[in-house]
Design a protein around this ligand. Structure first.
Ligand code: ADP
Length: 379
């Protein structure tokens, strides 16, 4: 064990340092090793006795030249911490968290071996990647047969290939068709989630006039609202909105999802869309008079696969991914999403988008461009 220079330090301190399962070295400002414990000597395939008094840079430098920078930092009285620092020993590379501290008249280096954690992390990362790849390939491959099933069921139901003999047959075919539609939605949603999570979803941000985009979508959704006897309306802003910076298709996807949910969970009454102009963003509200959401569940509705039991009768059943996708898309476009709601009174789902040319819009554009560039670099 290394020799302690100070007689005042109790003997058992020396033992504690010696048996600690981390590597410990102290050195003076002439770079001589003062103390080195068993564990550190073990890493270096030597003994403390042999190493005390040697030049620390000579002892450690060959493991990774960058360690000289750490030693110099401590010599210059700067504490330093490096995570997953690679040291190349004779037999294999190992990873250490290294802490360099400044003590009176000497420097201290602590080496915590984190090789097994690093290997575990790498394994997890590669498992995660294979899982993502599997999901995206599987969902891609599922799309073709689902489309075929839907197409053929449609033909049969329209009696294009013969008469449906009994009402029961018709009922079962319709159930099969609605099942295939649900499956289709699920696969689409899973594909979107995997695209966003793997940062493969592209955003084509443009400066856009918002009012016509909302108006068109509301027009397209009118039939669905009328079938449900729900009044769907876009309240036009009193004065013209400034241009906003959005990917128009993704924006439409978010708002369509919110309107779709509002119609789904509003047995009677209305769904109103309105906009509010704020400092650097526009807020879009989708307000319904439906079943509402209890306060303690309101944050959770944006989580993956979250569905409220009471609100999802089998015919209403979605995928539980819609709002999660909306949140991810909105945040990518530089906005936020939220809800305020009261059970049996209705819900107000809102999200924000940046006004073109604002610092918020510029920052968002930079991040999106950077991500697209990283994606190209990775390929
Ligand atoms: P789903 O595919 O189930 O609609 P979402 O992520 O879109 O998935 O929604 C998650 C859950 O949030 C829904 O199952 C429902 O319980 C609740 N929810 C969403 N929108 C509304 C709404 N407008 N009114 C009441 N509950 C809602």
């Amino acid at each position: 064990m290394g020799v302690f220079e100070f007689d005042t330090i109790p003997k058992y301190y020396e033992d504690i340092v010696d048996i600690a399962p981390i590597g410990i070295i102290t050195f003076d400002y002439l770079e001589n090793i003062l103390i080195i414990n068993q564990q550190m000597a073990f890493y270096l395939n030597s003994s403390p006795k042999e190493l005390v008094g040697k030049n620390i840079k000579a002892v450690l430098g060959y493991l990774n030249p960058e360690i000289l920078i750490i030693i110099d930092a401590v010599k210059n009285k700067t504490s330093i911490f490096k995570e997953f620092f690679s040291l190349k020993f004779k037999d294999k590379e190992q990873f250490f968290n290294i802490k360099g501290s400044v003590l009176p008249e000497q420097g201290l280096l602590i080496f915590e071996n984190v090789t097994s954690i690093k290997e575990y992390q790498d394994q997890l990362k590669s498992l995660d990647q294979s899982k993502d790849e599997f999901i995206s390939i599987a969902s891609h491959d599922l799309r073709t047969p689902i489309t075929a099933i839907r197409g053929y069921l449609d033909m049969v139901l329209k009696e294009e290939v013969g008469v449906i003999a009994t009402p029961k047959m018709k009922e079962y075919l319709e159930l099969a068709r609605s099942g295939s539609l649900r499956l289709n939605d699920l696969v689409q949603d899973i594909l979107s989630v995997s695209r966003i999570e793997q940062k493969r979803m592209r955003f084509n941000l443009k400066n856009v006039e918002l009012e016509p985009v909302i108006e068109n979508l509301v027009k397209q959704t009118q039939i669905e609202a009328q079938q449900k006897n729900v009044n769907l309306e876009f309240i036009y802003p009193k004065s013209k909105l400034p241009l906003v910076q959005i990917d128009q298709n993704r924006f439409t996807e978010v708002l369509a999802n919110l309107i779709g949910n509002a119609l789904k969970f509003t047995p009677r009454g209305s769904v109103i869309i309105k906009t509010i102009l704020r400092n650097d963003h526009v807020r879009i509200d989708c307000i319904d008079t439906g079943i509402g959401i209890a306060f303690d569940k309101q944050k959770q509705v944006f989580k993956k696969f979250f569905q409220l039991d009471s609100s999802t009768s089998s015919q209403n059943k979605g995928t539980g991914l819609g709002l999660y996708i909306c949140k991810m898309i909105t945040e990518k476009m530089g906005g936020r999403i939220g809800v305020s709601s009261a059970p049996q009174k209705g819900s107000d789902f809102f999200f924000t988008i940046p006004i073109s040319g604002t610092p918020l819009a510029k920052r968002t554009l930079e991040i999106i461009q950077q991500e697209a560039q990283n994606h190209v670099d990775q390929k």
